[in-house]
Design a protein around this ligand. Structure first.
Ligand code: SF4
Length: 328
């Protein structure tokens, strides 16, 4: 395997929970949105991060591009810890790290024409003169499946799928190395989802990109990812190559996610069905993160948090049931 392009080590982010008097008093406790997450993304790889809404996957993605400031941990990009860099030191690196949002429209200035929206990142990063920038805008419009005709249009004139294509174009125009895709197809019709995913994968190959693909939909993540990390309550509970994860699912939470996919070839593994809501992981939370919803939970699960450990080559899981399996 190639060396990691990005390494996240023991990332933590918590938010205060205040009592009924609000911010007049110190927080009652904290919600641990990300609680010691570690993962690696390799060059030209698509890493899928999957889990229910609120599990901390978007906070993780936003931490990489400095939209969220983590409390602890390291984010190493080509050896530099992004969290320790000043804004001036980060600026040249941020050209390599771009993000595609679920709702790209809300991240665009509605008064700007599409040509201006796409030219702006080139101006910020001082890439090319006016003629060269215009040439690059026309080129990227074609690459993402829009045409040069869109140069003078406004983003509100586009359909949902076209807006996401524009979001991809804006992320790619400065030729980044890693794209964080935060639920980029969740708001789209299924047929449009497939088109956008195909556009992303073909551009990834053409431009040698790495992708961190964040989604709550394990079916979509399976379609696009080479490796998958399953996240629950701020931490990884299982990680493996995509084929291995689906062939030898270990963690009960991953099994529950698979059971929720409306695809009969996958849904036959309905061993675990998710019930109830995921709890809030406060400072007082103990034991396995999944114990409140796991049908196999024992007394040990309520008090001892299992470590994420390698059970088979490249396949990690955090479950007491898997302990010993890797020692055989
Ligand atoms: Fe379920 Fe216990 Fe495994 Fe957690 S450690 S997933 S509660 S069996």
């Amino acid at each position: 395997m190639t060396k990691p392009l990005l390494e996240i080590k023991n990332l933590k982010k918590q938010y205060p929970i205040y009592g009924p008097m609000g911010k007049m008093f110190r927080p009652k406790t904290h919600m641990n949105a990300v609680a010691g997450l570690s993962l690696e993304i390799h060059e030209k790889e698509t890493y899928g991060l999957v889990g229910e809404s609120g599990c901390g996957k978007s906070t993780t993605g936003r931490s990489i591009v400095k939209l969220v400031t983590p409390d602890e941990g390291e984010i190493l990009y080509q050896g530099s810890d992004l969290l320790k860099l000043s804004n001036r030191e980060y600026k040249p690196l941020c050209r390599d790290l771009q993000m595609i949002f679920q709702d790209s429209l809300s991240s665009m200035n509605p008064r700007q024409r599409i040509g201006q929206i796409l030219e702006e990142p080139l101006i910020i990063h001082e890439m090319g003169d006016a003629d060269e920038r215009r040439r690059q805008v026309m080129e990227i419009l074609t690459k993402v499946g829009l045409s040069e005709e869109y140069f003078f249009r406004y983003p509100h004139e586009l359909s949902g799928g076209q807006v996401q294509r524009l979001g991809i174009a804006r992320a790619l125009i400065i030729k980044p190395k890693l794209i964080i895709c935060d639920e980029p197809v969740s708001a789209l019709d299924v047929s449009i989802q497939a088109q956008i995913l195909n556009t992303l994968t073909s551009l990834q190959k053409e431009m040698d990109l790495s992708l961190l693909f964040i989604s709550h939909d394990i079916g979509v993540v399976r379609y696009i990812s080479k490796r998958i990390g399953v996240m629950y309550l701020g931490t990884l509970v299982e990680e493996a190559d995509t084929e291995e994860l689906f062939a030898n699912t270990l963690h009960p939470y991953t099994k529950a996610l698979l059971a929720s996919v409306p695809d009969f070839s996958v849904a036959k593994k309905r061993e675990v069905v998710l019930k109830g809501e995921q709890p809030v992981r406060t400072d007082e939370f103990r034991g396995c993160v999944f114990h409140t919803r796991c049908p196999y939970a024992t007394e040990k699960c309520k008090t001892e948090q299992p470590e994420l450990r390698e059970i088979a080559p490249g396949h990690k899981a955090a479950c007491h049931l898997c302990e010993g399996a890797g020692n055989a």
